[in-house]
Design a protein around this ligand. Structure first.
Ligand code: H2B
Length: 109
């Protein structure tokens, strides 16, 4: 399964988050730069040569999020963007979070 080619599925309230072992397994399918916080959040920081490039990246990420219906928390600074994913509806990580990470890893600025 190539995560970057998968589509996010609508999350159901009451859905069960991925367990610690499942998170460790699926995290092998995305760039190792993604960190895992408490098995509930994945996050990665991307570096750029200036603010304008960083903002361009944020807008591209936003387009992907809108098309997939699954959204990140984003921190934008001069030359730096930190992207975090968690599935709010289930209070933890789902496959959607990893699909989005794989798609974002493909963005070229
Ligand atoms: C109605 C809408 O599709 C849902 O609220 C979506 C929107 N984007 C989302 N993004 C994330 N990260 N988690 C969610 O639970 C979520 N739910």
């Amino acid at each position: 399964m190539e995560l970057k080619k998968e589509k996010c599925l609508p999350c159901e309230v009451g859905g069960v988050p991925l367990g610690e072992k499942e998170v460790l397994e699926i995290s092998k399918m995305i760039n190792p730069e993604w960190g895992i916080e408490g098995s509930k959040i994945i996050k990665r920081t991307f570096k750029f040569k200036n603010f304008k490039k960083a903002l361009e990246f944020v807008n591209r990420v936003g387009e992907i999020a809108e098309s997939e219906g699954h959204h990140p928390d984003i921190e934008l600074s001069w030359g730096k963007v930190t992207v975090k994913f968690t599935t709010h509806k289930i209070g933890g990580l789902s496959t959607n979070d990893f699909i989005m990470a794989a798609k974002i890893d493909e963005v070229e600025i």
